[in-house]
Design a protein around this ligand. Sequence first.
Ligand SMILES: Cc1cc2nc3c(=O)[nH]c(=O)nc-3n(C[C@H](O)[C@H](O)[C@H](O)COP(=O)(O)OP(=O)(O)OC[C@H]3O[C@@H](n4cnc5c(N)ncnc54)[C@H](O)[C@@H]3O)c2cc1C
Ligand code: FES
Length: 316
Amino acid sequence: MPFLTWDGQRVEMRPTETVLDALLRVGVPLSHSCRAGVCQSCLLHATQGAAPQGSQAGLKPTLAGQGYFLACVCRPDQDLTAELPGPGVRTITRLVAKSWLSETVLRVALECDEPLHHRAGQYLTLFRIDGLSRSYSIASLPDGMIIELHVRVIPNGRMSNWLAGTANPGTELTAQGPAGNCFYMPGAPEQPLLLVGTGTGLAPLYGIVRDALGQGHTGPIWLYHGALDERGLYLVHELEELAARHPHFRYRPALLSRDGPLPQVLQAAHPKLAGWRGFVCGDPQIVDVLKKRLFLAGMASREINSDAFVPTASPG
Ligand SMILES: Cc1cc2nc3c(=O)[nH]c(=O)nc-3n(C[C@H](O)[C@H](O)[C@H](O)COP(=O)(O)OP(=O)(O)OC[C@H]3O[C@@H](n4cnc5c(N)ncnc54)[C@H](O)[C@@H]3O)c2cc1C
Ligand code: FES
């Protein structure tokens, strides 16, 4: 079996083990969350040997080209020497404000030491000082040093309850990213756009719709925000105002208790989606179902952009 070298220590890999498994086994407390190659918390840099291509899926080409890889999905087939990401990949941020957008959704504003050069809709991975890491989509436009996140505070959720409670203005967090391909690309201003999200899946969509309008998108834009009932909605007033100012933008809250399941709401309202571009964000299972719905209605798979909020896999 290949050897993994970490901080001078040589560790023989066990069959089927990932680099993350091997490092945790020998007591290296490497940050991780999804264990599925999505959140990028476990990003590492290979200084010797090549990580398999599959462990670089979803990384920016510049990072992949420099030998970065995701430890949770990396099963090396040759000896590998790895280290934590170097400067330029992570930046220090400070919490500057937090406020409730609804009973369970917290708006968190972070100030960055350096501009992040993000696109609205991409996500960041935040690291607390003890290494706890979680990813959050960026709801703000790339027009300043303040980044806005929408964090759903879940029962027993370690990062979300800490952000809602102990974390105060001035608290430092390390941010990695931006990452992800779910953002507005100019170039087809007349193309109809369909934005669909559940829960805090609204965060990236709120950024994407304002980005598209700001870049002069002229085609129809529909935004559906799915929730169980009215308590799950937020930014209703802001979105209604945006729709009033831009007649080609339509905002549709979709309540399970009132309107039925979101895929059926879409099927009734948009049975034919050939030529449209779609953005789907939120709970991974719902994202999967909605992507299939869009595809079956005729939307080309290359036009379907998505971000699945894959939860934490195990204590980490
Ligand atoms: C690319 C990406 C983007 C994301 N963007 C956002 C975002 O914009 N806003 C946001 O709020 N979250 C987002 N997430 C999810 C986020 O990273 C965390 O997983 C989430 O905030 C829970 O973290 P926690 O530490 O509070 O809870 P944890 O301590 O991780 O979880 C505590 C318990 O709650 C369960 N749990 C985790 N998530 C949920 C859930 N959604 N519903 C019910 N139970 C759950 C866990 O299985 C565990 O048992 C995103 C995830 C990814 C991968
Ligand atoms: S990408 Fe490795 S833990 Fe999420």
